[in-house]
Design a binder for this molecule. Structure first.
Ligand SMILES: C[S@@+](CC[C@H](N)C(=O)[O-])C[C@H]1O[C@@H](n2cnc3c(N)ncnc32)[C@H](O)[C@@H]1O
Length: 309
């Protein structure tokens, strides 16, 4: 196995897993002349404890790749807080909220882009055409905003300006929400967005193409933890939660899916990422196929979620 590298305040620290099978953090004493190098270790056992704490705080079940990246996440979180990786680990282990939050921020996968799963956006645009009253939509795990803003654009494209539609967009990551608030995007985020829509709904060009205020005004951003909190509203017409449940273990994914359906009005739709649809195989929902997308329709009999849960 290769040695891993941790850096603290810009100074690289070599990790040598061959030393007793642990990840060893070495402070070189760089710039401090004769000081004897300090040796710290983050053992596998500590990493396992951190993994458990992360799961409790965010629901995240680390994939092998995310687990391999955990020492680097510890490193980054420590730099963010201005402490050593070892001190960060101690704080996380002691349940220090700020340290846990910093680590969660460095662990979540925020990959997203405009017009992701376009067949689902087409299906929602069709629904929007044929609905009279205002639509209430929840984008759960919205990352940096590309998903809810894509839906907002689809609503305007369906001629719904001034209809009173509302989109609540939530995420656990405050960094992601801050980027959504800025609503300024680069070429990577826009790579799948049809060009005519880019021209209509953005001012300026990547790397700082700014979303027009009409679209931003349709979306309310809130911090929300799907694993531990009640939904930020009830009776939504549509709930999107795409490419989020894949990061949870099966039991939590099932619990969160139940929460999403309970927050949807009878007859309303839940939209998952295509790879997440098998999670709904055993759930009592209707399957709706539209524009090449498979959507889940809540049955009237589905148990509602009591307020405050
Ligand atoms: C891969 S992104 C998906 C973004 C968007 N839904 C899409 O499909 O393009 C996953 C998002 O889920 C968020 N997330 C992870 N765990 C969460 C939790 N427990 N509660 C709320 N959001 C969470 C992450 O912060 C990240 O922004």
């Amino acid at each position: 196995m290769e040695g891993l590298e941790l850096s603290w305040a810009g100074t690289p620290r070599v990790l040598d897993p061959r030393r007793g099978g642990i990840l060893a953090f070495t402070a070189s004493g760089e710039g401090e002349g004769e000081r004897v190098p300090e040796r710290r270790t983050i053992g596998e056992a500590q990493l396992a404890v951190i993994e458990g704490l992360l799961r409790r705080a965010s629901g995240l079940s680390l994939s092998p790749g995310m687990r391999r990246a955990l020492p680097a996440a510890v490193n980054d979180a420590a730099a963010l807080m201005g402490v050593s990786p070892q001190a960060l680990v101690q704080r996380v282990t002691a349940g220090d909220d700020a340290a846990v939050t910093a680590l969660v921020e460095r662990t979540v996968v925020g990959e997203t882009f405009f017009w992701r799963h376009p067949e689902q956006i087409d299906a929602l645009r069709e629904l929007a055409f044929s609905t009279e009253g205002p639509l209430r939509i929840w984008s759960a795990g919205c990352a940096s905003g590309e998903e809810p803003y894509s839906i907002a654009i689809a609503l305007l494209e369906a001629g719904r300006a001034g209809r009173g539609d509302q989109i609540v967009a939530s995420d656990l990551s405050t960094n992601a929400l801050a980027r959504a608030q800025q609503a300024s995007y680069g070429a990577w985020a826009l790579r799948r967005m049809p060009e005519e829509l880019q021209l209509r709904y953005f001012a300026g060009l990547p790397p700082s193409a700014r979303l027009v205020p009409d679209i931003r005004g349709l979306v309310t951003l809130v911090r929300h933890n799907l694993a531990t909190e009640a939904p930020p509203g009830l009776e939504f017409d549509v709930v999107l939660c795409r490419n989020v449940l894949i990061y949870f273990d099966a039991a939590l994914a099932a619990e969160v899916l139940h929460k999403l359906l309970a927050a949807t009005r009878p007859g309303g739709l839940v939209v998952l990422g295509p790879v997440e649809l098998p999670l709904a195989a055993q759930v009592d929902v209707e399957w709706l196929d539209a524009c090449g997308a498979s959507l889940l329709r809540r049955k009237a009999a589905f148990p509602s979620m009591g307020r405050g849960r």
